[in-house]
Ligand binder design. Structure first.
Ligand code: UDP
Length: 247
């Protein structure tokens, strides 16, 4: 594990993350996969419930380049980014191969349906057993819960944003009897085709965050956590003089 400001990341490549999911599927649930970026690490440091949920999660992978950068600064390098949107896509492929039943919960009405349709076009054998939008009221939540129970998914993707998706999972997975869930933020829009991902060269150069900032300037407020994150990492580096931070 690699400890970034208290949040412990699994040291896995994308391929190893997929292998881990295979083994998690065989274990009794519920289990949560977290793909965390710097904003989430900063948020977790101010939100004890979110921090605890991440601590108990079965798999925590670095969604953003900032986490990989911090791991290098702290002399305990994470291998590579494991972006949530890519992990979700590979898990959809895996689900089609293995016959895992998938449920998509989140985003604005219509988006999860479109994402499901596109995923089924891509992976013909994929069994999407249900979708639901992410702006449900307390009353609708009962209907949502009944639908999920009836659909009996093996894998639930939650696109409700951080920390809502993690908190909803923590509060509901056990009673829903779902073995495995993963928070995927804005990934349904990408799968549905309503939002585009950064060009490959930007992803490769660690500039995906800049692309998102240009496309969605309202993110600047949330990204203000980034300089604070960098300062905290540098302070930690100075204080521990670059000692290994393996937890
Ligand atoms: N969302 C939702 N319900 C809410 C708030 C947000 O379904 O009450 C959805 C929103 O439509 C979007 C996703 O959650 O699809 C959040 O995307 P974002 O890119 O902000 O994710 P994050 O950066 O938090 O991972």
């Amino acid at each position: 594990m690699v400890n970034i400001l208290g949040v412990k990341f699994h040291r896995v490549t994308m391929e190893q993350a997929l292998e881990k999911v295979d083994s998690l599927m065989k274990e009794p649930g519920p289990q949560l996969i977290v793909t965390a970026n710097t904003e989430m690490v900063m948020m977790a440091n101010q939100d004890p419930l979110l921090f605890e949920i991440i601590r108990r999660s079965a798999l925590v992978v670095p969604d953003g380049i900032g986490i990989v950068w911090a791991s290098r600064i702290l002399n305990c390098p994470l291998e590579e980014r494991v972006p949530g949107v890519e992990l979700m896509d590979k898990l959809l492929e895996r689900s089609a191969e293995k016959g895992w039943r998938v449920f998509l919960l989140g985003a604005k009405p219509g988006i999860a349906d479109q994402a499901a349709e596109n995923a089924k076009k891509k992976y013909a054998k994929l069994n999407v057993v249900g979708t639901y939008h992410g702006y449900f009221t307390k009353e609708e939540e009962q209907e949502l819960i009944s639908r999920i129970k009836a659909a009996k998914p093996d894998l639930l993707f939650l696109a409700l944003g951080v920390p809502k998706q993690e908190k909803w999972a923590a509060a509901n997975l056990a009673k829903l009897g779902i073995p495995l869930a993963m928070g995927v933020g804005g990934s349904f829009e990408i799968l549905a085709g309503t939002t585009k991902r950064a060009p490959k060269w930007m992803c490769r150069s660690g500039l995906e965050w800049l692309y998102r900032l240009i496309k969605e300037p309202w993110r600047i407020g949330r990204m203000m956590a980034l300089p604070q994150f960098a300062i905290l990492i540098m302070l930690e580096k100075m204080i521990v003089k670059g000692d290994l931070k393996d937890a």
